[in-house]
Design a binder for this molecule. Structure first.
Ligand SMILES: Cc1cc2nc3c(=O)[nH]c(=O)nc-3n(C[C@H](O)[C@H](O)[C@H](O)COP(=O)(O)OP(=O)(O)OC[C@H]3O[C@@H](n4cnc5c(N)ncnc54)[C@H](O)[C@@H]3O)c2cc1C
Length: 406
């Protein structure tokens, strides 16, 4: 029996496994001839992009609902090492550690929030990088009103104004209002800080929209500041200024999962594995990579962005091509000719841009409706538990961009 192993069951890993299962189904190859097995740190597919939201109830999809009907096996465990020379990975589970041999491997363990050596950051700052991190923030915010009164009890400082920082900050005024008593609503303070000269300066045509939305939401923008230290009661900035805040949320950027460092290949500046158009890790035989841990030139020119927008098609193609490579069939190159950014701006709405220069397409309620369709429907696997639905969704095709208008 041959085996295709997939590391991770996020946007890239889940769709890699399903892409492989779909191709095997099409070729009528039974699972006792080629097994597809996914190793994932939890038993869930986490809709990670929704971790900035207040309500996390719908963000975990049980793997059993999706992988079982598709005939994919999975192991709840962590891959601690990859041996590309021997063709095996080491998996640690609750019952012990074992070696898993593969004939083809797809590496898709995603990315992690970067934690620079800022004193107090690791101990005191919250984040929304993972479901567990988002839950900790949720529990902390729910308990604020019963915490002892303090200067910054209802102040939140979000540090890092990339896409995640902006989305979190925009949600916070209404989240805080839902936890404070009526008499205390005027003590709410939300600050979005970054060392860049302008908040959202990478956002092209969306930048003025972000500024307007933040103003109307009551979020204070603080550009040009460095975070110096974090403690249990707030932050100290590079200019020596202190902000009392019971809640500090770190959104300082992502880096590929360090598992990539175990492959004998030069990584890019974000720690990603270079892959060709077939998602093969360059120069490493039998190994594919997809999602945040891989760098693909999506249109022959622009590198993939750490996003579910790119991770999902990368996954579908990696799984499909792993089967084709194993069976000596022609592989399919992945090319994506469009790029959009759709950023949630909380109760204000959202903003939708197109292209690598991010020109403005829509904003407010119209963009919000599209964002909700993406977050709540488009990026979910079918939840019908019907094999054909699930395999059909895993076809190696590039979806059209989200509708511009609702
Ligand atoms: C708050 C937030 C908002 C975002 N908003 C957007 C957005 O609006 N649009 C967009 O396109 N992108 C957005 N992103 C980025 C997007 O979530 C990621 O790019 C995407 O999740 C990457 O998919 P992935 O499969 O590579 O990694 P992940 O989705 O992170 O999945 C990786 C999986 O691998 C597992 N894993 C990790 N290490 C191991 C190991 N050693 N062994 C076994 N399993 C392992 C993890 O448990 C996880 O299940 C957002 C991210 C965050 C945090």
């Amino acid at each position: 029996m041959k085996r295709i192993v997939v590391i991770g069951a996020g946007f890239a890993g889940l769709w890699s496994a399903l892409g492989a299962a779909r191709k095997l189904d099409e070729l009528r190859i039974p699972s006792d001839q080629v097994e597809v097995v996914t190793v994932n740190a939890s038993n869930y597919h986490s809709i990670r992009v929704r971790n900035y939201e207040k309500n996390l109830d719908e963000t975990l999809v049980p793997l059993s609902d999706v992988l079982a009907p598709a005939g994919v096996n999975w192991i709840e465990g962590v891959v601690s090492s990859v041996n590309a020379n021997k063709g095996n990975v080491t998996v640690s589970t609750q019952t012990g550690t074992k070696s898993l041999e593969y004939d083809r491997l797809v590496i898709a363990p995603g990315s992690k929030l970067v934690h620079p050596a800022i004193p107090g950051l690791a101990e005191h700052a919250f984040d929304v990088d993972t479901y567990e991190g988002a839950r900790r923030l949720q529990q902390h915010m729910s308990a604020l009103s019963s915490a002892p009164a303090s200067a910054g009890r209802y102040t939140v400082v979000v540090v890092g104004a990339g896409l995640t920082g902006i989305e979190v900050a925009a949600e916070l005024p209404s989240r805080l209002r839902s936890v404070v008593g009526d008499r205390e609503r005027d003590v709410i303070r939300v600050i979005l800080a970054d060392r860049t000269a302008k908040i959202g300066q990478e956002m092209g045509g969306a930048q003025p929209v972000i500024e307007l939305a933040m103003k109307e939401l009551g979020v204070e923008l603080m550009p040009n500041v460095e975070l110096k230290t974090v403690d249990g009661g707030g932050v100290v900035l590079g200019n020596g200024g202190r902000i009392d805040a019971a809640t500090v949320i770190w959104c300082g950027g992502m880096r590929a999962n360090p598992l990539t460092e175990q492959l004998p290949v030069a990584l890019d500046g974000l720690g990603r594995l270079p892959v060709d158009a077939f998602l093969r890790v360059k120069t490493v035989r039998g190994v594919f990579a997809a999602g945040d841990c891989a760098r693909l030139l999506v249109d022959g020119e622009h590198p993939s962005v750490m996003s579910c927008q790119h991770s999902r098609p990368m996954g579908r193609y990696a799984g499909h091509n792993a089967v084709c490579d194993l069976l000596g069939l022609e592989m399919l190159p992945l090319r994506i000719d469009w790029y959009t950014t759709i950023l949630d701006l909380g109760p204000w709405g959202a903003v939708y841009t197109e292209g690598w220069d991010r020109h403005l397409v829509s904003q407010g309620d119209q963009a919000k409706h599209i964002k909700q369709l993406i977050n709540c429907e488009r990026i979910y696997p079918p939840r019908t538990r019907v094999r054909d639905d699930i395999l059909r969704a895993a076809a190696p095709i590039v979806q059209t961009p989200p509708a511009k208008r609702s």
